[in-house]
Design a protein around this ligand. Structure first.
Ligand code: ASP
Length: 594
């Protein structure tokens, strides 16, 4: 019935076709009218010539941007010198013989493909227009191919795609739940799942052995560029596996996706970093290894420092750590260095010590006059610092020093363009601690979730020294973003009970919240483990976008509002009554007016 714009080429010259689509650009050159016709495949230039077909020319006069048309004509080569190499069909055009307007279009709130001048709120309000832009359309088509390839790969590996409920009980990923009131059980609520964690474990108890699902998860968190209240996970679980098995199937999957979608061969096996090493060298459990600026430990060198801050911190069990910015003296002015002090204060630093490196490794400026020759020689050699570099020091608790320098290295890399474009660094971080102490909650909490298995070698320290116990877990990191994480699970209900105890979850509470899982584990649960990947975040990275909103068809704003549908919105009193709910406050100003 119709041909797609990008299905025709020079070899079709002289042939007749019908195209249907939208008027993208309209140019009236007197006796000639040009339009760029757009359909989902791409763009084709159409020419209406008054002298060749008067009838279609008269109809073409009425066209405006984004009118929907059907046009029939013959393909011809564009005249010498008028080809447009930026378009796939830039060497040809269609000489129109008949034109039918299928629908008109109101004046547009913004021009398609001129998104940079439009604020995001307006783009989201008219998302259907925004999605006509090439960038977003290509992102969504890529997304469709991405999920298709995942399904193809996992189905071939014997995984079953099984759906789990959205109306369920609170799951333990540690975020705030979205709640749904029950009409049939007043005062009772469903929680939307933060992930299918408990159900996928239960499916293992049922004997499915290999499960996956591309599934929406819901977390009521404060939003950032890489977060949405509802987002998509590729969720997987397998029985009778160890960490190496999960790692191996993941690597095969990602190698296949990168190869088929981007033509990139990922080097396998992927790099593996120990959690401690990641914190030590990159100050982060999701290190960006596309550039250097590795953090070095100088604590031993400065143990007897003349600088009281350094000495006192070290005596208190703290650390002195540093990063060296190659060629920093050329990149940063004195003012830039001063401004960095404010930047690191935002990262939680008390100050920022620095020195420049001069000829033959002499340290200059900053704190250089407090550094002895011996300290200097050792520092320069450990950092492999060269003439023109700048060294930034942090002395604090090990944790704060690493965190500050970790964020400083990212800041410097972005600001001074040290991140090579088009590079993908993928790696595993393993050996996470099982627990951490939460200052906020004043208790021990799980680093991943409470169903993560402790490392076997550390089991004997579980009760005596829980904070020293590592877990059987793994995170996958791409270009400094966590794109997936999972673990081998506890499949023994007694051990699970002990973990709840350490997490100060009382047996009654555990029964109330996760009783069904504990029960299931006691009926012959196989050893099992799994992983989940953030689909939106991966797509954002593969498409080189800055926000996950640009790879999601209908995302929400940073305030978790949907300008397209005006959700969330107030509801009728009768609906509340049916649910047995009375509002404690009258609804405030709608979020959209902020
Ligand atoms: N359910 C976990 C999460 O969403 C992932 C996993 O352990 O498989 O973070």
């Amino acid at each position: 019935m119709r041909t797609l714009c990008e299905e025709v080429g020079e070899s079709d010259t002289g042939k007749e076709f019908t195209f249907k689509g939208w008027v993208m650009h309209y140019r009236d050159h007197g006796g000639l009218i040009f339009i760029d016709l757009r359909d989902y495949s791409g763009i084709l230039q159409i020419v209406f010539d008054e002298n060749i077909d008067k009838e279609s020319f008269i109809v073409a006069k009425k066209l405006k941007n984004e009118y929907v048309v059907s046009v029939t004509g013959t393909v011809r080569k564009r005249p010498e010198g008028t080809a447009n190499p930026a378009l796939k069909t830039g060497g040809i055009e269609l000489l129109a013989k008949s034109l039918q307007i299928l629908n008109a279009c109101e004046t547009l709130p913004f021009q398609i493909d001129e998104e940079s001048e439009v604020n995001e709120f307006t783009r989201l309000k008219y998302r259907y227009l925004d999605l006509r832009s090439k960038r977003l359309k290509d992102n969504l088509i890529f997304r469709s191919k991405f999920t298709h390839l995942i399904r193809e790969f996992l189905n071939a590996k014997g995984f079953f795609d099984i759906e789990t409920p959205f109306l369920t009980k609170s799951t333990p990923e540690g975020s705030r739940d979205f709640l749904v009131p029950s009409r049939l059980n007043h005062g009772h609520f469903f929680a939307l799942p933060q992930s299918p964690q408990l159900f996928k474990q239960i499916l293992m108890v049922s004997g499915f052995e290999r499960y996956y699902q591309i599934v929406r998860c819901f977390r009521d968190e404060d939003l950032r560029a890489d977060r949405q209240p509802e987002f998509t996970q590729l969720d997987m679980e397998m029985s009778f596996v160890e960490t190496e098995d999960v790692i191996s199937v993941t690597e095969e999957l990602f190698a296949s996706l990168f190869n088929k979608l981007l033509g990139i061969e990922l080097e396998r096996p992927f790099k593996v970093l120990d959690y401690d090493e990641a914190m030590d060298k990159y100050g982060s459990d999701k290190p960006d290894t596309r550039f250097g600026l590795v953090i070095n430990n100088l604590t031993d060198i400065f143990a007897g420092s003349q600088l009281n801050v350094f000495k006192d911190n070290i005596q208190k069990g703290g650390a002195v750590k540093a990063v060296c910015l190659p060629d920093g003296s050329n990149l940063l002015s004195r003012k830039d260095i001063d401004e960095l002090l404010n930047t690191v204060k935002d990262f939680g630093a008390k100050g920022l010590a620095w020195t420049k490196v001069g000829e033959s490794g002499i340290l200059e400026g900053g704190i250089s006059k407090f550094i002895s020759d011996d300290e200097r020689n050792k520092t320069v050699s450990r950092l492999a610092a060269k003439n023109g570099d700048i060294i930034f020091y942090q002395s604090d608790s090990k944790k704060i020093a690493e965190n500050v320098l970790g964020r400083l290295r990212l800041h410097l890399a972005k600001k001074y363009n040290l991140i090579p474009e088009g590079r993908f660094d993928i790696l595993w971080v393993v050996n996470f601690p099982l627990f951490e102490y939460s200052e906020e909650e004043k208790k021990i909490v799980a680093v991943h979730h409470p169903f993560t298995s402790p490392a076997k070698k550390d089991l004997d320290r579980l009760e005596k020294d829980p904070l020293s116990v590592k877990s059987d877990s793994y995170d996958l990191v791409l270009n400094g973003e966590e794109i997936g994480g999972g673990s081998i699970r506890i499949h023994d209900s007694k051990l699970q009970g002990k973990i709840f105890e350490i997490l100060s979850i009382s047996p009654e509470d555990a029964k109330l919240k996760f009783g069904f899982l504990l029960d299931a584990l006691s009926f012959g649960a196989p050893p099992h483990g799994g992983i989940a990947f953030g689909v939106d975040r991966i797509l954002m990275l593969l498409r080189n976008e800055n926000s996950i909103r640009d790879v999601i068809a209908f995302p929400k704003t940073q305030k978790a509002y949907c300008p397209l549908t005006d959700a969330p919105s107030s509801i009728k009193d009768v609906q509340l009554k049916e649910l047995g709910i009375k509002l404690r406050e009258t609804p405030g100003k709608n979020i959209k007016s902020e």
